[in-house]
Design a protein around this ligand. Structure first.
Ligand SMILES: [Zn+2]
Length: 183
């Protein structure tokens, strides 16, 4: 991942299908999915009453890595899996409106945020003439960032349940989770 605020228009990755847009490909895949789909007859409350907050990283397949099935959990993802105000918003709705009570936080090795700094935000401001309202939330020490995230969740006044909050680092090379002790 480039540290430039304007990295884009990269060459297609090897093996990428160049016919049609990627979205066309997704829509086509969805038609196959729907053809085999049967209504699971569930309501919106997660079966395992758990919300997972994780990085958006493409190498982290949450359902496979955690043995989750359709309907089991809420997944809340962003760059870094950091606990922003918007994550607190989703967790609050998850707990208060949809009955979850456990929270699992997952960061991972080799996160793109480790190679960024708040300078990214400054460069962006110089480029577009407007200062983003959000922080980049870059970090250097993934364990420490997981601890900080756990602390943010545990001290949120909006959540109903903060007694079962656990944090992990997912190793993208081994597929294993490593639990982080709260500070
Ligand atoms: Zn990441």
């Amino acid at each position: 991942m480039s540290t430039s605020a304007s990295a884009g228009s990269a060459a297609p990755s090897p093996g990428a299908d160049t016919s049609g847009s990627v979205t066309d490909r997704l829509v086509e895949a969805n038609q196959n999915y729907a053809a085999a789909f049967t209504d699971p007859g569930m309501d919106a409350r997660p079966v395992l009453r758990v919300a997972v907050v994780a990085c958006m990283d493409a190498r982290l397949d949450l359902h496979a890595a955690l043995g989750l099935d359709l309907g089991d959990c809420h997944t809340i993802r962003n760059a870094g899996g950091v606990v922003t105000d918007d994550v607190i918003r989703s967790l609050t709705i998850s707990q208060r409106a949809l009955g979850t009570r456990s929270i699992v936080l997952i960061h991972h090795t080799g996160c793109g945020l480790e190679s960024l700094t708040e300078e990214f935000r400054h460069e962006l401001e110089l480029e577009v003439g407007q200062r983003p309202t959000w922080a980049v939330e870059a970090f250097r020490d993934v364990d420490q960032d997981v601890r900080q995230s756990m602390q943010k969740v545990r001290t949120s006044p909006f959540l109903l349940h903060t007694d079962d909050v656990r944090g992990f680092v997912f190793d993208v090379k081994t597929g294993l989770l490593r639990e982080i002790d709260a500070a």
